[in-house]
Design a protein. Structure first.
Length: 295
């Protein structure tokens, strides 16, 4: 393997080593955890790597080509470390994992062995088994633009350019009713048109579900209340007193980009592209060939 310092290599060459492994898990909400298979805590990278979590790793499969490096981590579910409720809520989905081989007698002597993300997580018998996918897994994702009428950008990204946090595109409210962590009803959204948040996102700002978010399926007025329905329920307990943030949605149409967001110049679709059936249309009867109607 590459990346060994001279001091670390000299330690390995002695034949009598003090080696262990350490893992850092950083969730998408910024919370980090450190684990080690050593019997005492280790400290480096501004993080304490705890030994009492029961976390261990299987053999790391690495290649020199474009195949995805992969391994698995196995550990015990613990209220002090990785909780079953957090896994069920999706807090560890696609979390970043970094693994080192460390000289526990001198933690400055270490080498990075793996960096990737958590894939599938399986739980049973008070334990979990997590698939770890290497960075080359990103190469399996399709890239490039598609010639289609809808916009190919994501609302608020660099290509789109819309500031979704601007006034008029976001609302922070406390719901008055919640059904099955999926249907949220509000009494103070009258200043936003119906359907304004459809295809947008709902993010929880307080309570046990803080940091979780979900896509909005339907935004409609029902009697005196505004009803926001998610595509899937939030996977954590949420109550009416918890504050949420609603972000406006986009249906990817040119008219929406122009009228709702005043962002037609950054539209990333092709609204005037002919439909697929245009090649099969019968010959036009019109004498004029000025690009107008074919009828």
């Amino acid at each position: 393997m590459s990346g060994f310092t001279e001091e670390f290599q000299a330690h390995l060459d002695t034949g009598v080593t003090t080696l262990c492994r350490a893992w850092k898990i950083e969730r998408r909400d910024g919370v980090s955890f450190g684990f080690t298979d050593h019997d005492l805590p280790l400290e480096f990278e501004d993080l304490t790597f705890k030994p009492d979590t029961g976390l261990s790793a299987l053999a790391l499969q690495q290649t020199t080509g474009l195949a995805v490096d992969n391994t698995e981590a196995i550990g015990a579910l613990s209220d002090a470390a990785i909780r079953d409720a957090d896994i069920d809520a999706g807090r560890f989905d696609r979390a970043e994992v970094t693994s080192w081989l460390v000289n526990w007698a001198d933690t400055t002597q270490r080498v990075l062995q793996f960096r990737g993300n958590i894939g599938e997580i399986r739980r049973a018998g008070g334990a979990f088994q997590a698939e770890l996918r290497g960075l080359t897994d990103m190469l399996n994702r399709p890239v490039g633009r598609v010639f289609q009428r809808p916009c190919g950008a994501v609302l608020g990204d660099k290509a789109c350019g819309v500031d979704v946090g601007a006034v008029g595109f976001v609302a922070q409210r406390v719901p008055v009713e919640i059904d099955n962590a999926r249907v949220f009803r509000f009494s103070d959204l009258d200043n936003f048109p119906e359907d304004w948040f459809e295809r947008g996102r709902l993010e929880v700002l307080s309570g046990d579900a803080k940091g979780l978010s979900a896509a909005i399926k339907v935004d409609r007025q029902v009697d005196d209340l505004r009803e926001i329905t998610l595509w899937e329920p939030l996977r954590a307990d949420i109550v009416e007193s918890d504050e949420v943030r609603l972000t406006a949605g986009c249906d990817k149409r040119f008219e929406t980009c122009r009228l709702k967001f005043s962002n037609a110049i950054n539209f990333r679709g092709f609204p005037d592209i002919p439909e697929e059936e245009w090649m099969m249309v019968y010959p036009a009867k019109a004498q004029s060939r000025d690009g107008g109607s074919r009828r």
